[in-house]
Write a protein that binds this ligand. Sequence first.
Ligand SMILES: [Ca+2]
Length: 197
Amino acid sequence: MAGKDSELEKGLHAIVGSFYKYAKGPPGAQALDQAAFQKLLSNELSHQLTEVQGTEAGKELLKSYADKKVVSFEEYWKLVPFVCQTIRCNNYSKAGRKPAEMAGKGSELEQGLHAVVGSFYKYAKEKGGAQVLDQAAFQKLLNNELSHQLTDVQSTEAGKELFKKLDTDKKQLLSFEEYWELVAYICQTIQRYSYSK
Ligand SMILES: [Ca+2]
């Protein structure tokens, strides 16, 4: 598959990679201690999580996500949707800022998170008061944004199968939450193949 990775593909790699950039420990059990977690917040999330840039606030945030004193990948993964939720509220709700205001700003991780959220809204249409993807829009997203990452679902038939799998409420439409399952699946795959050895 020729060509460069899409913003979405780069973003998915940045989300996984940003954890491993700061994590320490034996392969398969890397985690962020408090200092590493604080570095990640300060270096990679300074535009997005402005209120946790102080050490005390960072410590509180760590406590709310970490089971022990360190943040595992699984726990980091719970923080990611929280940040995406703030992006959705700030940039894609009717009262929110325009997405363009963030363009070009931020770390690779922040731009990646914006790409993950923005890619959904790029193809979504409003139906019944919510933004959703129908099958045709989803196929476009797969073909235009995920052609390097999901090579096996580039045909319409395979895309339809994936759509069915993700459409858990069987309404023939994908909500952001259903799209999120795909994001999680791709990030797990990236983690397994690129970082678990
Ligand atoms: Ca659905």
